[in-house]
Design a protein around this ligand. Structure first.
Ligand code: ADP
Length: 289
């Protein structure tokens, strides 16, 4: 497996590469990760069972699409595929530092706003489905954001949650309500990270903001800001930087919980536990509005 991956790297970069050393990297939630090096070049390698090939292919294409906006540092994908019984993705190795001061977080906000502004599509969705955590994420193109978010985001997760034993109102009624709440909101379809919690934002040793491990699609840019606030929030400088570069609409505060309901439902579908009742409370509030 290792030799085959090294060969693929050589082919992708056009430079001979042999793995002289490999070191396991912790911190991931789903995959096994390694730093692999020939003593000069180092790459980041993640692998999983062969059935996860699609997940890595979508991650690589998503990273590339974000990388191509040249707005915020993204690890550049090198190659991906299957070998023996494993699927893998190789990307540029980034040396992370210990977080950064407020200037770095301000830059992260500004640069994310630039990615949202420059990465534009004509519709909401993406040219392929991907995953959020390991849950499928449906990206079929749609003209209308309210329809897209109601059906492909909330509706899809509510259906899964019910199958998992969650006790929620009729899916159609929830979808209808989401559509109603978002009916007058017409954002541009922006390239979003899609899974922007603290673990997917980092700072290099040189102090450059980085975002990684995305669940990319074209959607309302507010979904990234909402998720950044979900588990404790990013430093205040991040929001200052973002708003200075591209101010959020006044209605963001009303939409924030609805956007985060998607992630809470997904956490219930992935991990179960208290996320089920948290989602239930959020849905009750939504239905009463
Ligand atoms: P998973 O998909 O399993 O959740 P992640 O993509 O979150 O894995 O990566 C796991 C860990 O590896 C991260 O917490 C991060 O510290 C490190 N990491 C991720 N990408 C890179 C990279 N390009 N270079 C160096 N380290 C990385």
């Amino acid at each position: 497996m290792w030799t085959e991956i090294a060969k693929e790297i050589s082919q992708a970069t056009g430079k001979p590469f042999e793995i002289k050393d490999r070191r396991s990297v912790g911190g991931g939630s789903i995959n096994q990760s390694y730093a692999i090096t020939d003593g000069t070049e180092t790459y980041f390698l993640k692998f999983n069972s062969a059935s996860e090939y699609e997940m890595f292919a979508a991650e690589a294409v998503g990273l590339k699409e974000m990388y191509d906006t040249h707005t915020i540092r993204i690890p550049q994908p090198i190659c991906w595929g299957t070998t023996d019984n494993a699927a893998y993705i190789v990307m540029e190795w980034l040396e992370f530092g210990r977080g950064g001061g407020s200037q770095v977080w301000e830059a992260m906000g500004e640069q994310l706003a630039e990615m949202h502004r420059k990465g534009v599509a004509e519709q909401f969705g993406w040219h392929r489905n991907n995953t959020i955590g390991s849950t499928p994420q449906i990206n079929t193109w749609m003209d209308n954001w309210a329809d897209f978010f109601a059906e492909h985001r909330i509706g899809y997760q509510v259906r899964l949650a019910k199958r998992r034993g969650g006790n929620y109102p009729d899916t159609k009624k929830v979808v209808e309500k989401v559509r109603e709440v978002l009916a007058d909101h017409h954002p541009q379809p922006s390239l979003v990270h899609g899974d922007l919690w603290g673990g997917n934002a980092a700072v290099t040793k040189e102090g450059e903001p980085v975002i990684l491990d995305p669940a990319t699609y074209y959607g309302d840019r507010e979904v990234d800001i909402a998720m950044s606030e979900l588990f404790g929030g990013f430093p205040a400088a991040f929001y200052q930087g973002y708003n200075a570069a591209w101010e959020l609409d006044a209605g963001y505060k009303q939409r924030k919980d609805l956007y985060n309901l998607y992630h809470i439902l997904n956490h219930f579908n992935l991990f179960g536990g208290g996320y089920g009742s948290q989602a239930s409370r959020m849905i009750d509030r939504l239905m009463k509005d």
